[in-house]
Design a protein around this ligand. Structure first.
Ligand SMILES: C[S@@+](CC[C@H](N)C(=O)[O-])C[C@H]1O[C@@H](n2cnc3c(N)ncnc32)[C@H](O)[C@@H]1O
Length: 254
């Protein structure tokens, strides 16, 4: 399926951000922990749903399991195939995976469920493709719980909430324990890790949050600009502080 230049540019931008994040030691630790939590044996089939650029799928394959990366976006799949030529990537939807019933021992999805408007349906699909005794690992940040140091904490609250509200399910990780239980999963465990950013690279992300909040009317334009000026000045003087809570939610398909 061909993609437009605009889609390609958006995909490249997202891939660059994901790639920077994936190299952080905390991000590696989260992926390693998610892999461990799946308790896979050599040769086990596992699916990485919303695989993006395919790094985690390729790492799973390198660890000796039969990994399949699935993504809805053809531009992501092109990038994944180019970066990891030996790995198995397939076009598919979290709501309708291209896999038979009970065909995988592991299911992982990282930074995907915040973009799903019907997580219960996606979990029912995870339940369908997992074999009895198979395990699931969901990884993601809570977009409504970003901690950003600022002299204007009220503006911070408005900006973070307004940006989070642009997503279908910004608080996905805090809802998953209950959703997994309702979907029939057992042995549900939740663990967390906070990723701290203090370098100027995250300022662009904060500017995007503030512009979105101003456009939505959650904060007036001048106050949003003043907030971003303060964040730039913090970055220049080594006082920037952003902390993002990531949760790993694991469970077993009985
Ligand atoms: C933020 S990226 C994360 C990519 C990768 N998991 C990572 O951690 O780097 C989210 C990915 O989920 C994919 N995605 C979103 N909705 C999806 C759906 N319904 N089914 C399959 N993939 C989906 C997007 O195309 C995108 O590649």
């Amino acid at each position: 399926m061909p993609t437009s230049h605009r889609d390609d540019a958006a995909a490249r931008h997202l891939l660059a951000r994901l790639d920077r994040f994936s190299h952080l030691p905390e991000a590696r630790a989260l992926r390693d922990r998610a892999r461990e939590s799946l308790r896979l044996r050599p040769g086990d089939p596992v699916v990485d749903v919303g695989c993006g650029g395919g790094r985690a799928t390729a790492e799973l394959a390198a660890a000796g399991v039969r990994a399949v990366g699935v993504d809805l976006d053809p531009a992501m799949l092109d990038a994944a195939r180019a970066a990891h030529p030996g790995a198995d990537f397939r076009h598919g939807d979290a709501y309708r995976l291209p896999l038979p019933d009970g065909s995988v021992r592991g299911y992982r999805a990282e930074k995907v469920y915040h973009s799903l408007d019907d997580p219960a349906r996606a979990l029912a699909e995870a339940h369908r493709v997992l074999a009895p005794g198979g395990r699931l690992a969901l990884l993601g940040q809570d977009w409504d719980a970003y901690m950003v140091d600022s002299d204007d904490p009220d503006a911070t609250r408005r900006i973070i909430a307004a940006y989070a509200d642009t997503m279908p399910d910004p608080r996905a990780p805090r809802r998953q324990r209950a959703l997994l239980a309702a979907a029939g999963f057992t042995d549900i465990g939740v663990e967390g890790r906070v990723v701290v950013f203090t370098d100027a690279e995250v300022v662009d992300m904060l500017v995007g949050f503030a512009e979105t909040a101003a456009r939505s009317g959650a904060i007036d334009g001048e106050r949003a600009r003043s907030w971003t000026r303060e964040q730039r000045s913090r970055a220049e003087s080594g006082r920037l502080f952003v902390a993002v809570p990531f949760l790993l939610v694991g469970a077993e398909r009985p």
